[in-house]
Design a binder for this molecule. Structure first.
Ligand SMILES: C[S@@+](CC[C@H](N)C(=O)[O-])C[C@H]1O[C@@H](n2cnc3c(N)ncnc32)[C@H](O)[C@@H]1O
Length: 378
């Protein structure tokens, strides 16, 4: 396909890089990323064709109340500057919209720090993914998410974090791991992981967070994504006060958590919660092998990863995605986890991950580690 064609044939399907441009705009990616994708669409320049697409598919749709106006205004300013400095012609629609914003929206700084925005995260299924192969067409999952402009609002739980994106990609990459399983998430934040889980046919999904304003925002996101019909529940669960018997009653097959290892003070509580959730033997899980198929000669075991996979057949396991921002905090987590008889295996390199977010250039996938955890006690 030619780079300056957004669609092929009569179909309404938008193809990359145009699809990436639209997805990046809806996800509110930084203007520089949008400009760089715009140039790719135009084969190196923001041509009239590209400008028409930006106007038609991105800006005109957000100018009628949808979208966050200061964000759109800032992108519009930068894209016009970019076109002008390349000595090219800017289409009238872009100029006109900027002048409307300049008169109606005087100060970009007026956006209150605690104001909410709705980002749309588009997971674009690669064509070699089983779902895309079955449909024989480009497939995407679009998740609208209410987020805060203030990263620290709701104890960090009202923003999107790279580990949440990573864990979501992992779930969509390996749906079979979660299908018919009961899943429980700790520190769910905006709820992206839970919403992705709801799409891979688990038997149950329970999301939790210790912060009440985060939980309120999470519920908004679950409603926005119609997850109540998919059986997703929410729970207020501060790790510090979580009772053993309440945790034991949950009995999940899989525990998940994204970007929950960052505060050394919380780590002992987090580990206690994970250890309690993982201590029970599974009895009737669909993947449970009745002890027979799983009786493996330990000399055959080759790697920690294989041990983890084996454990996942008979025991509940946890998947935690984490960016190691402070190595001491990470090592402290490993130490406390070991003391609680938890085996923590870095499985980042072992799992087959698809890139569902090729347009999201602000997301550094390589900064995230995926940890597989199980109880080594039995
Ligand atoms: C960095 S955010 C990650 C949010 C989400 N998992 C994501 O990746 O987008 C950490 C989350 O853990 C929650 N959290 C932090 N400490 C907690 C605690 N002691 N008990 C329960 N939740 C906690 C926060 O409220 C927040 O939602």
């Amino acid at each position: 396909m030619m780079v300056n064609e957004a669609r092929s044939g009569k179909s309404d399907v938008i193809h990359p890089p145009w699809l990436h441009l639209l997805s990046a705009f809806l996800a509110m990616e930084p203007s520089d990323s949008l400009i760089s994708i715009s140039k790719e669409c135009g084969g190196g320049a923001i041509t009239e064709n590209v400008q028409n697409f930006i106007w038609d598919k991105c800006i005109s749709k957000s100018s009628n109340g949808k979208g966050h106006t200061p964000y759109v205004k800032s992108f519009l300013k930068k894209v016009i500057l970019e076109i002008e400095s390349a000595g090219a012609v800017v289409i009238d629609e872009l100029y006109e919209q900027l002048s409307i914003y300049m008169t109606t929206l005087k100060d970009d700084g007026l956006a209150k720090e605690d104001s909410r925005i709705t980002k749309e995260i588009s997971f674009l299924y690669p064509m070699d993914h089983v779902e895309a192969r079955v449909c024989q067409s480009p497939r995407k999952l679009v998740v609208p998410l209410s987020c805060s402009l203030n990263m620290l609002e709701g104890d960090t739980g009202c923003s999107l974090w790279p580990s949440g994106l990573f864990l979501s990609e992992f779930i969509l990459s390996c749906p079979e791991l979660f299908s018919l399983k009961s899943c429980f998430e700790l520190g769910s934040g905006v709820g992206l992981v839970g919403i992705c889980l709801a799409h891979v046919k688990p038997s149950k999904v329970v999301l939790s967070d210790g912060d009440l304003s985060t939980l309120a925002n999470l519920k908004i996101n679950l409603e926005l994504n119609h997850t109540s019909t998919l059986g997703v529940e929410c729970l207020h669960l501060p790790w510090e006060s979580a009772l053993e018997r309440d945790l034991q009653a949950l009995m999940p097959d899989i525990v998940l958590g994204a970007d929950v290892i960052y505060d050394p003070q919380c780590i002992p509580h987090l580990v206690r919660v994970i250890a309690t959730l993982l201590t029970k033997e599974k009895s009737n899980s669909p993947n449970s092998s009745n002890g027979q198929d799983c009786s493996v000669d330990s000399s055959i075991l080759k790697s920690e990863y294989e041990e983890f996979v084996l454990a996942s057949m008979t025991k509940p396991v946890a998947y935690l995605a984490s960016v190691v921002r402070n190595i001491d905090t990470y090592n402290y987590f490993l130490k406390v986890a070991q003391q609680a008889n938890l085996r923590v295996v870095d499985i980042t390199q072992n799992v087959k991950m698809y890139n569902f977010l090729p347009y999201m250039r602000s997301y550094e996938r390589s900064s995230v580690r995926l940890l597989g955890i199980y109880c080594s006690f039995h």
